[in-house]
Ligand binder design. Sequence first.
Ligand SMILES: Cc1cc2nc3c(=O)[nH]c(=O)nc-3n(C[C@H](O)[C@H](O)[C@H](O)COP(=O)(O)OP(=O)(O)OC[C@H]3O[C@@H](n4cnc5c(N)ncnc54)[C@H](O)[C@@H]3O)c2cc1C
Ligand code: SF4
Ligand code: SF4
Ligand code: SF4
Length: 402
Amino acid sequence: MINFDFDKDCYSCGLCETSCPTQAITFKPNVEASLVPNVAIDLCINCGKCDRICPHLNPPSCNNSLSTADAYAAYNKDEKVRLASSSGGLFKLLADLFIKNGDYVCGCVWDNQMLPVHIVSNKPEDILKMMGSKYIGSIAKNCYEEIKHLLKANHKVLFTGTPCQLDALYRYVGSQPNLYTMGVICHGVAIPSIWKQYLEKLENQYGKVINYKFRDKTLGWTNFFNKITFASNKTICYNVSVDALYMKAFLKGFILRERCFSCTFKGDKMKADLLVGDFWELPKKYNQIDDDKGLSCILVLSNQGRFLFEQIRSGVHFIPVEREEIFKGNQNLLRPYPKPLERDAFIAEIEAGEKDLYTIFNNYVKPKDTYNRIKLSFKKLLFKLGIYKPFYKLSRYLRKRL
Ligand SMILES: Cc1cc2nc3c(=O)[nH]c(=O)nc-3n(C[C@H](O)[C@H](O)[C@H](O)COP(=O)(O)OP(=O)(O)OC[C@H]3O[C@@H](n4cnc5c(N)ncnc54)[C@H](O)[C@@H]3O)c2cc1C
Ligand code: SF4
Ligand code: SF4
Ligand code: SF4
């Protein structure tokens, strides 16, 4: 019967629950509000199925072809879609390929309480909701059975998510010719209870949140704004280098789920057809593809991935790159994000609930406020004057030369 420190090591994949023949396992939220198993000992018949399927107890054995993968820098030629996406907008192109043929896509949407959850759908309006990264742990376990049925009924399914979610799905349904996967390069996911506290603060101030866009590109992709929309139609934007405290805490690792600091789905242990992420450190020689509207890196890991890339090729602007150029700027692909030294103290303060959330964020992830505010105001001015683009190109060029 499954039994280890779930708070630390459980991926919340739900495979133990689905494999239990006596329904002895249910899920309950832990202190992080992540879902972890709860075993009713009186119902357990000690069959050991949960132990045999658990990814923590049976770490991934796959050796993917990361070291021989085809690698590209790419973006969607449809500028509207690209600007609405987190990186280069490849997800939407892939998803459309499936739903256009009556097939299905599984991806992450906000539920009506602004918590991320995976759904399976073939409706265009749901694909729009799946677009955009939601940097909090999403529950995917309720989709696995539905995907199994769809595959049995000869439908093609595209599953998109974090490498641990992809692994759970492969363990549940096996490798199948009609199953296609797009994994995201993964920094980790945030603790749901802190996200809920943060939402509550926003809602107390401005009313119900109806959308949260973590990667608003109004002032360019690299300028990185969070755009929040409220039921009253009010919107606010926080910049990551100035006042987007929640996002800063995420990027610096303070609010990552404990499990993510020792994630095993890194390097050649990720099974996926395609791996997609942000192409941050594009080398100088490819400057022509970088216009600050969002650029993806894409690694093609299997023949199914190659097939998918062929299908979307005409809709993307792309150039082949060296794999190492992607690895260099994206260490999250190769190793878990390192746990910040002060992270336990930060979490203890949040759990104590004595201080205001923003005060704690400020104490630990204090932005270089004044300098960044001036820098941002300067960029906004350049935007207004319509000369931001040449300035951006020049500053990227100079940074790479120096
Ligand atoms: C939690 C998380 C961490 C990430 N960390 C990195 C990183 O460290 N480095 C990097 O280069 N890229 C990272 N990415 C990937 C990047 O943010 C983009 O999602 C990716 O490049 C795809 O962008 P796109 O423009 O093609 O599509 P978008 O339209 O932005 O596609 C979003 C896709 O992400 C999926 N998704 C959204 N939220 C979640 C979630 N909570 N859990 C699982 N899947 C989700 C959707 O189902 C959809 O397929 C991360 C993404 C997520 C979700
Ligand atoms: S050992 Fe078998 S019966 Fe017991 S909880 Fe695990 S799967 Fe269920
Ligand atoms: S099977 Fe998944 S949900 Fe169950 S204990 Fe293992 S990691 Fe956690
Ligand atoms: S870092 Fe690892 S454990 Fe955390 S969400 Fe990403 S793939 Fe899953």
